[in-house]
Design a protein around this ligand. Structure first.
Ligand SMILES: Cc1ncc(COP(=O)(O)O)c(C=O)c1O
Length: 379
């Protein structure tokens, strides 16, 4: 008889993003628009700092919560965006992935409910499932991916423990407006934690946009801010992120972090501090130009899309083409040589996610192929 494993794992499926990017690699010449990962490499000076840190002997266990210098740099970075945290309120993590895992694991008990505005990044639901908590999806599709106050309040119940706020959003690129953020604040006022997944907060195209933590400082006692080096600094492979929140809660979350991973790699931390001083405006401008191209081309194909205001994703509707999103993506990869991720992977059938984090020429080629594929599907 096979030995058993944790039955909570039975609720998990392998990532469909990975599945469809693997499909892209299998089809010769396929243009891969699946991964949410900048095509650019990390800046040279940031990479060079790693060699200096190694030379300086940073090969020993670092402090659990991260080196003081990096946590100070993180606080200075957040302060430049109007958020005030002390280094002892920050934990440096293995990407936002571990920050989200540690935060949710610290909060969720079996039977608790986590409200996830959907479509959503897959990780929140997976961690909730591991905690034997229940994901309560708040469908934002009817509201152009904004949060409707009434729809949200209807989902808050005695077991609701927390809500996730992702703005800009993966997979839609939507930036939550003031009404949405205020709706979350009203719900949180009933005694919920708010997990702000801010990994795309530097990739917002409009000026003067406020995130949840900045707009609702009165809820700082229950708000955890998660962020990452991955996207704005093209550092996905470094696996570096952080979380920040109220001292007592961060102390609890740090316990999960300590026993799960102990700390992040020592000799990358000064490099991360250096990266935080980089001006990401040129990268943002490049993504914005690609966003404009994507919108123009989707419009030409007749695919409706909510205009993405940040991140590097578009989430067009493909419903009227008569294919489910998984079939659409399998056929687009095999028949047209362009790989996308099905909306079903994010809890939103009838859409596909197109990542424009890729190089410009790949994007143009991928859009040409998508246009041909969509054209051939139309009667
Ligand atoms: C919304 C969102 N949160 C978190 C992550 C994880 O980021 P990291 O590379 O820092 O683990 C991603 C990665 O795609 C993401 O899209």
């Amino acid at each position: 008889m096979p030995l058993g494993t944790n039955t909570a794992l039975e609720g998990l499926a392998p990532s469909e993003i990975r599945r469809f990017s693997a499909l892209a690699r299998k089809v010769p010449g396929c243009v891969d628009l699946t991964l949410g990962e900048p095509a650019e490499c990390t800046a040279g000076p940031v990479c060079d700092q790693v060699a200096r840190s190694l030379d300086a002997g940073q090969t020993h266990y670092p402090p659990n919560r991260g080196r003081e210098g990096l946590r100070e740099a993180i606080c200075a970075h957040m302060a430049s965006g109007g958020l005030s945290f002390l280094p002892e309120q920050v934990v440096v993590t293995n990407g936002a992935t571990e920050a989200l895992f540690s935060a949710l694991f610290a909060l969720l008990e079996p039977g608790d409910e986590l409200i996830v505005p959907t479509p959503a990044f897959l990780l929140y639901g997976a961690v909730a499932t591991l905690c034997r908590a229940r994901v309560v999806a708040l469908d934002t599709a009817p509201d152009s991916f904004q949060i409707d106050p009434q729809r949200l309040m209807a989902l808050v119940g005695p077991r609701t423990k927390a809500i996730v706020v992702t703005s800009p959003n993966n997979p839609t690129g939507a930036v939550l407006d003031a009404r949405s953020l205020d709706a979350v604040a009203t719900a949180a006022g009933r005694g919920l934690y708010v997990i702000c997944d801010d990994v795309y907060d530097q990739l917002v195209y409009a000026d003067g946009v406020q995130g949840f933590a900045l707009r609702h400082p009165e809820l700082s006692d229950r708000t955890v801010v998660v962020n990452s080096m991955s996207k704005p600094y093209a550092m996905t492979g470094w696996r570096l992120g952080w979380l920040a929140g109220p001292r007592e809660l961060v102390d609890r979350i740090a316990m999960v972090h300590q026993y799960a991973v102990s700390s992040v790699v020592s000799f990358t931390q000064d490099a991360a501090a250096l990266a935080l001083s980089t001006d990401v405006a040129p990268m943002r401008a490049a993504y914005r130009a690609r966003r404009d191209l994507v919108l123009e081309r989707l419009d030409g194909m007749g695919l409706p899309v909510v205009r993405p205001e940040g991140a590097f994703y578009a989430f067009p509707r493909i419903e009227e083409l008569g294919l489910g999103s998984r079939d659409f993506c399998v056929r687009a990869a095999r028949e047209a040589g362009v790989a996308l991720v099905p909306g079903a992977a994010f809890g939103a059938e009838g859409h596909v996610r197109l990542s424009y984090a890729c190089a410009d020429d790949a994007l143009v080629c991928g859009l040409d192929r998508l246009g041909d594929f969509v054209g051939a599907l139309r009667p």
